[in-house]
Design a protein around this ligand. Structure first.
Ligand code: S3P
Length: 179
């Protein structure tokens, strides 16, 4: 099957990693967080990668690891991506071709509230947090629309959200939609 992974996309602070880890727990599939994977490969955190080498270097690594994780691996995984992994069209194509793509959404207020708890790990939010979030939300207005399924993470308990994604995915598999 081509679309064998569950790939989670969405704006920063919408709960991608938490949801991905929970789907992995209930499905017994391996969980990979793309940002953590990149940090492990480079040996420094995302903020330092941006600072030392710049955003383009990070985006190149992001595309490279995405391809290695979803195209070159036969066994299904649950993959949470970073909020900007959708920015390159080639990445979108890779995700669509190889995974059931789930878009996590939350209200602007909820996003700001969640990101306020962790202001230093995201280089694109340096400065006025609310102003940066508003600008990026506007710039990325349609960037996540290619997903197969969208879930509003601030209206569901984490466990219910994970169960819903897993149920929908199994239904898709049973119907053979993506075979
Ligand atoms: C980014 C989101 C971050 C991380 C990097 C860039 C973005 O991941 O990949 O700071 O461009 O939206 P999270 O969405 O997990 O915060």
């Amino acid at each position: 099957m081509h679309k064998r992974h569950i790939i989670i996309i969405g704006f920063m602070g919408t709960g991608k990693s938490t949801l991905g880890a929970e789907i992995a727990r209930i499905s017994h599939l391996p969980f990979v967080d793309l940002d953590e994977d990149i940090e492990k490969k480079v040996g420094i955190c995302i903020a330092n990668i941006f600072e030392k080498y710049g955003e383009t270097y990070f985006r190149d690594l992001e595309s490279e690891r995405l391809e290695q994780l979803v195209v070159k691996q036969d066994k299904p995984i649950i993959l949470s991506t970073g909020g900007g992994a959708v920015l390159r069209e080639e990445n979108q194509r890779v995700m669509m071709n190889h995974g059931f793509v789930v878009n996590t959404k939350a209200t602007r207020e909820e996003i700001v509230r969640r990101l306020q708890n962790d202001p230093h790990s995201r280089p694109l939010l340096a400065g006025d947090l609310e102003e940066r979030v508003d600008r990026l939300l506007q710039e990325r207005n349609k960037a996540y629309d290619f997903a197969d399924f969208t879930i509003q993470t601030d209206q569901l308990e984490l466990g219910d959200a994970a169960k819903l994604v897993w149920t929908v995915w199994k239904d898709v598999i049973l119907k053979g939609d993506f075979l």
